[in-house]
Design a protein around this ligand. Sequence first.
Ligand code: NIG
Ligand code: FE
Length: 417
Amino acid sequence: MKILIKNIKELVQIEQSPGGLKRGRSMGILATLKDAWLSIENDLITGFGEMKYFPGISDWTNLEVIDATGKMVFPCWCDSHTHLVYAGSRELEFVDRINGLSYEEIAGRGGGILNSAKQLQAATEEELIQSALNRLNEIKCFGTGAVEIKSGYGLTIASELKMLRVIKKLKEISPLTIQATFLGAHAIPPEYKGQKEKYISIITNEMLPAIAEEKLADFCDVFCEKNYFSKDDTIKILEVAAKYGIKGKIHAEQLSHSGGIEAGVQCGAISVDHLEFASENDIELLKNSNTIPTILPGAQFFLGLQIPPARKMIDAGLPLAISSDYNPGSCPSGNMNFMISLACINYKITPEEAINAATINSAFAMGLGNSHGSICVGKKANIFITKEVSSYGFLPYSFSNNLVERVILNGEIPGRI
Ligand code: NIG
Ligand code: FE
């Protein structure tokens, strides 16, 4: 299968060869080509350039030609932080919050993550696959082509394995590229109330070995937060994960300053995510590390949390990734265009910075930077074509509108659902 897209108004986020993360000032630069063409063969990008230098077509067999006059082409969004395998929903807690309860108060009453865990434990693998496939299809329509999905609503060995096996199945049948993260340390299950150490030893001595044996996780995450897992717990868990060759990712400084960034830097985590309570010292620590700060503007918006120092991080020369956190409790949406709008509006991030954060940097934040996140020959043909738009800044400007007209994943290799 070959695809040629011609007359592209602007081809966004091009790279002549696979580059690295965008940091600091370079986040403000978005390389584009106006009046361009792009070719795809099988699941890869094979070429692009300006229409005036279009080399012509020598072989028309199996070729679909798309005329993109007035439209732009982007690499698909990369969403490096989601919990999109879940059962049920939590709109009753949403109403509780409207009536004045905080996320912490709801969790203290057995709601929150434990509420989702109860619902997930009762669901079959088949039910979880079906509902997650619907969500994957939904985010695909919003332009997402690669996504990380966490476990963490299982909280028992059987249910954590069930979640990770569901994610493994999704990797096989979905056209999106999927990375799996083990998040057994998402909350202390009720049966271990007051016995956190015991639950941590189940995570390190039983869950991680079983997960490594079945190769079910690309990353291991910890919710480093007051009343959940401390900085020391986080380090302990990630050190065991590292022994199995599984890199860390951390829910850090979301509801309070809990030392998640320090833990992440110490353990060489690939990313630290949320960051509402990140300090000046955390920014200094991140400067001397390869850990990617990742903001989740949808969760911060939905929970009404304070603004993370995202602007300061870019100004300090750091790379920044943007993801959705799609989950039933703190962000029931995986619309990446809305996430970049929120970052621009609420954090004073420019469209160029936000697009870099949601494509190449978020690809790196889930270990896919060499194959995803930019228009580059040899990278995965995961791209979207917009409706007719005036400029790339029109996307974050048009918050909540879906300007994605067509999504091509893996060059549209048939057989995936
Ligand atoms: O990323 N903070 C912890 N985990 C999720 C929320 C999970 C939930 O409420 O179900 C988050 O916000
Ligand atoms: Fe999360």
